[in-house]
Design a protein around this ligand. Structure first.
Ligand code: AP5
Length: 223
């Protein structure tokens, strides 16, 4: 696969496996548009929209927002970005079989498809401490960790100076629910992409740099 061909690329992995962290790097180096329904929904909540109000309690509980809300929101953006000649990095979509079907149909209609799905593999038990220590920048989206990636000034984003926050779903009960949702509703989609020869396995229990190096190799078509 050459990087020119990789118009739609997806990151899959359980909560805390490093999808957002890797997305930051991929976007910076390869110029993809980062489409994360989680980020879109958090922005809706921040702006106090009807959609945000509908999603807030569901997300806080660690459950999936209904497909009927997610599908038009994300598939519309994918089509818009591709029509403008941009490449798309999906982070957290699709997450259910109906979402995968909806996305495939929407892409097929415009002669496109997902090129590669990176599956970030890590034992779920290892992820709790990553999530409980995470800090996020609500303005630019930068991701930190209290121990493994602290900002230079405590509680302040290095990139834009905004006060960092903890996500309301980064508590033990929500994290366990999100892990269950991943196992039950999202992992089965991977069989579908594997049957199409599109899944690239990436060992995610390593440094962010080592994980990124594997993704890069594949994106550059060198693997
Ligand atoms: P979303 O925002 O997508 O959350 P998630 O899938 O639970 O994933 P996270 O963002 O928690 O983790 P990540 O893998 O991005 O890890 P990160 O890089 O931040 O979704 C949130 C909610 O929105 C869902 O629960 C649902 O309600 C709703 N939603 C979203 N999409 C939906 C959909 N399609 N359908 C229905 N509902 C949807 O890293 C985590 C921490 O680990 C950080 O502190 C980081 O610094 C650290 N870290 C990262 N990589 C490494 C590494 N290699 N080594 C050590 N530490 C690392």
């Amino acid at each position: 696969m050459s990087s020119d061909a990789a118009k739609v690329v997806a990151l899959f992995g359980p909560p805390g496996s490093g999808k957002g962290t890797q997305a930051e790097r991929i976007v910076e180096e390869f110029g993809y548009t980062h489409l994360s329904p989680g980020n879109m929904l958090r922005e809706e909540i921040r702006q106090g929209t009807d959609l945000g109000r509908e999603a807030e309690s569901i997300m806080k509980a660690g459950k999936l927002v209904p497909d009927s809300v997610i599908n038009p929101m994300v598939a519309g953006r994918i089509r818009q970005e591709l029509a403008a000649g941009r490449r798309v990095l999906l982070d957290g979509y699709p997450r259910t079989i109906p979402q995968a079907e909806y996305m495939e149909t929407a892409l097929r209609e415009i002669g496109s498809e997902v090129s590669v799905v990176f599956r970030l593999e890590i034992a779920i038990e290892a992820l709790l401490s990553r999530l409980l220590g995470r800090l996020n920048c609500p303005k630019c989206g930068a991701i930190y960790h209290e121990q493994s990636k602290p900002p230079a000034a405590a509680g302040i984003c290095d990139a834009c100076g905004t006060e960092l926050v903890k996500r309301s779903d980064d508590n033990e009960a929500s994290v366990r629910q999100r892990m269950d949702a991943y196992r039950q509703q999202t992992e089965p989609i991977l069989d579908r992409f594997a049957a199409q020869g599109k899944v690239a396995l990436v060992e995610a229990d390593r440094s962010p740099e080592a994980v990124y190096a594997d993704i890069c190799r594949r994106l550059r078509g060198a693997a």
